[in-house]
Structures are given as C-alpha cells and as structure tokens.
Ligand binder design. Structure first.
Ligand SMILES: Nc1ncnc2c1ncn2[C@@H]1O[C@H](COP(=O)(O)OP(=O)(O)OP(=O)(O)O)[C@@H](O)[C@H]1O
Length: 247
C-alpha cells in the first residue's frame, strides 16, 4: 500500500484496521483511514470492492468484526448508528434515501431528531436549511417522492445536515444524476468542506475527484486499502492502476 503524509490537522474520525463482514463473508479486511475537518476524502474502487460496506461499518449500520472507529478520540465502535449521529457522524446512503411519502418538511424533521440537544434550535436549523436549499423551502409541503432525482439527493443531504454533523459520509451522490446536477452536489460538498466538515465521499467519477473535489484519495480493492494519498499527488492513471491492480 502507498501512503504519504497526512494533514497536519487532528483527525476527527479515526478508522483503524476495521473488518466488516456479512456472516462468514468478509467484505472489508482491516481498512484504516482518517478524516480531518475541512477536507474531503474520496473512497474509490470498483463495484463490489467494499466501499458501501466500509461506510456501513464506520457509521454502525453493520457491526465491526474487529478494529475500531473513534470520533474526536472517543471510541464509538460498539455504538448503534443513532448514537454516532448524536455524536456528530451522519451518513447519506446511496440512492437518494428519503421518505418518499413524507413531505419535504417532515423529512427534515426526521433529520432533526438525530441531534443531541433539545428542540429549541429546530426552527433555526430548518430556516438555515431552507436558506441553503431554496428549492426545498419552495416545495416543503410536497411529498418528497414528487421531487426530481437531484432534489431528492439534496433533500437526503439536507436531512443528514439537520443533525449538525462534523463528519459526513456520502455514498455515490452522483449516482443516476445528470452531470449538471452532479456539479451542484459537488459545489455543495465544496461549501460544506469550507465550513469545516470532514467528508468521506464514495465516488466513481475519478476525473471530477482530481479536478478539485477530493483532497485525499483512498482506494479500496477487494476489501483492502491499496492506496492512500493526497489527490494532488495522484493521476487518474495511478488510481486506475490501483483500482484494477488485482485483475
Ligand atoms: N447484504 C449483503 N449480504 C451479503 N453480501 C453482501 C451484501 N452487500 C454486499 N455484499 C457483498 O460485499 C462485497 C462488497 O460490497 P459493497 O456493496 O460494499 O461494494 P461497493 O464497493 O460499495 O460496490 P458498488 O460500487 O457496486 O456499490 C461484495 O462482494 C458484495 O457482493
């Protein structure tokens, strides 16, 4: 595996030697990575490499077989997902995961429930989200299922943001979206990075990643990390070589 210097910032998320399995089928064999505030780490690899499984292990949707996950230095490895959300880690799962039969507003209210603090701030957070996502404000009373695919993806991200995370895990947000909408999603992630979020982004669009959205790249191949480096040090060819190294 290739590794280079990490950022000077303290990691907010530290994943160490994490192994995740479905019964006897081990899908992730001891993956390690760190996320720091204000940086986007891209997680790439071909279909079935274990990216979604790794995200599930990090956020607690799947149990760790071994290894650890620490958030701000606190071990969260054995905690259920909702507790990790309360501690500051939110996930946007693949496939525009929204409650299609609930209104836009009620979807966001579900997201608010992930927060640790009381309800006093709910209106402030909702107002901030509608300011950030004006189209969601305009369509707040409509069923989420009536939104376009891009708007549903934005709603899924907004719902994750309602919990005010410091770490955001995002699984292939470009999936099924037109390039112009994908650009909008990446612009949003760029702004969130600027606001200090630590982001782990599963993405197949390697050219887009190297075009500025990724600060760091982690390649997963058959459940193992085969490359970890700053995006600035990498070319699309290097990444492709690593992704397909075992063919
Ligand atoms: N629910 C499941 N039960 C059993 N095996 C699974 C399950 N989900 C995924 N797998 C297997 O785990 C391995 C990793 O799958 P995973 O979905 O994490 O890969 P991925 O890199 O996210 O792929 P993709 O890019 O297609 O989403 C694959 O061999 C897959 O078949």
């Amino acid at each position: 595996m290739t590794t280079t210097d990490e950022s000077n910032s303290q990691p907010v998320l530290d994943v160490a030697d994490l192994q995740v399995a479905y019964g006897d089928l081990v899908a992730v064999w001891g993956a390690s990575l760190q996320l720091v505030p204000g940086r986007i780490t891209a997680l790439v690899g071909r279909n079935g490499a274990g990216k979604t499984t790794l995200l599930a292990g990090i956020c607690g949707l799947l149990p760790a077989r071994s290894g650890s996950v620490a958030l701000d230095g606190r071990a969260v490895t054995g905690l259920p997902p909702w507790k990790r959300v309360r501690l500051g880690m939110s996930i946007v799962q693949e496939g525009k995961q929204v409650f299609r039969d609930l209104s836009v507003h009620d979807n966001l209210r579900v997201g608010l429930r992930g927060r640790r603090s009381g309800r006093g701030e709910d209106d402030t957070i909702l107002a901030e989200l509608y300011e950030r996502f004006p189209v969601l404000g305009e369509r707040r009373r409509e069923r989420a299922g009536a939104l376009s695919g891009g708007q549903q993806q934005m709603l899924a991200i907004a719902t994750a943001l309602a919990a005010r995370p410091r770490v955001l895990l995002v699984d292939e947000p470009s999936s099924g979206l037109a390039p112009v909408i994908t650009d909008q999603v990446f612009e949003l992630l760029d702004r969130l990075r600027g606001e200090g979020l630590a982001i782990l982004l599963v993405e197949q669009l390697v050219d887009e990643l190297l075009g500025g959205i990724a600060d760091d790249v982690v390649v997963l191949e058959r459940g193992r990390v085969t490359l970890r480096d700053r995006a600035a040090n990498l070319s699309a060819e290097t990444i492709a070589d690593s992704i397909y190294s075992s063919i």
